[in-house]
Design a protein around this ligand. Structure first.
Ligand code: PEP
Length: 260
């Protein structure tokens, strides 16, 4: 059975006080719940250390939203995988469409980051997905295939075991317009096929593929219960404790049903 991962991407939101205000109730709600789903929070860099301390001795995991592909040196403003490990990050989101759009990250750059993250024992959550224009031009599968191949280029099968892919159609991110469960399932199945072609079907079968793009408490269950949807990368709805907890619950329910 594949891991189901519900990750909250806070993006550029929450200062230290707001971080405490979210993490403390999250911890209180999830403590002792013995969940099958993995819960990950990805705060901004400034909150990583505090969240890491608050989450000690819980099963909630910590992730960063980005990193650079060098370990240290004259790269003003950048944060390295070594630094992320030092605050006990386990995951790192790489290649988010906002990084691609505003900071011109290409598959080649994302691939360099993925390799460096793995070298330092971080699990990359690699974001891929087509724009609206690409979908309307019938290019969805072509784009997905190119991004999967580009970002996983040069990785060994063993390394890919630590990777998570997040299918995030760009037109669904922050727009309130989520992919339908059928559209998500179709794309996830295709991603698995591409990974199977690159490596083997056993590895592809074990790969966690999250869906991201306007996931809410209301639509989470219908998306997460699709056979090839193994979790969610949640932006907006991860900022409010109530909606995030409901999405975690939906994930748990979908996971247990798929397991039976
Ligand atoms: C995201 O930031 O990865 C995301 C999917 O955002 P939202 O849930 O707000 O669409």
């Amino acid at each position: 059975m594949r891991r189901m991962i519900i990750a909250g991407n806070w993006k550029m939101n929450k200062d230290i006080k707001e971080t405490f205000d979210f993490i403390l109730p999250l911890k209180n709600n999830l403590i002792g719940q013995n969940l099958s789903v993995e819960v990950v929070v990805c705060p901004p860099f400034t909150s990583l250390y505090v969240v890491s301390e608050l989450l000690k001795e819980t099963s909630i995991k910590l992730g960063a939203q980005n990193m650079f592909y060098e370990v240290e040196g004259a790269y003003t403003g950048e944060v390295s995988p070594k630094m992320l490990r030092s605050v006990r990050c386990e995951y790192v989101i790489l290649g988010h469409s906002e990084r691609r759009r505003y900071f011109y990250e290409t598959d080649e750059i994302v691939n360099k980051k993925v390799k460096k993250a793995l070298e330092f024992g971080l699990k990359p959550i690699i974001c891929i997905g087509e724009t609206l224009e690409e979908r309307e031009r019938g290019k969805t599968f072509e784009v997905i295939e190119r991004q999967v191949k580009g970002t996983l280029s040069g990785l060994s099968a063993d390394e890919v075991k630590s990777v998570v892919i997040a299918y995030e159609p760009v037109w669904a991110i922050g727009t309130g317009r989520n992919a339908t469960p059928e559209q998500a399932q179709e794309a996830h199945k295709f991603i698995r096929e591409v990974v199977s072609g690159l490596f083997d079907s056993d590895l592809a079968d074990k790969l966690t593929i999250q869906y991201g793009g306007s996931v809410t408490a209301e639509n989470a269950y219908s998306l997460l219960s699709q056979p090839d949807v193994d979790g969610a990368l949640v932006g907006g709805a991860s900022l409010k404790i109530d909606s995030f907890l409901k999405i975690v619950k939906a994930g748990e329910m979908a996971y247990l049903e798929k397991k039976d």
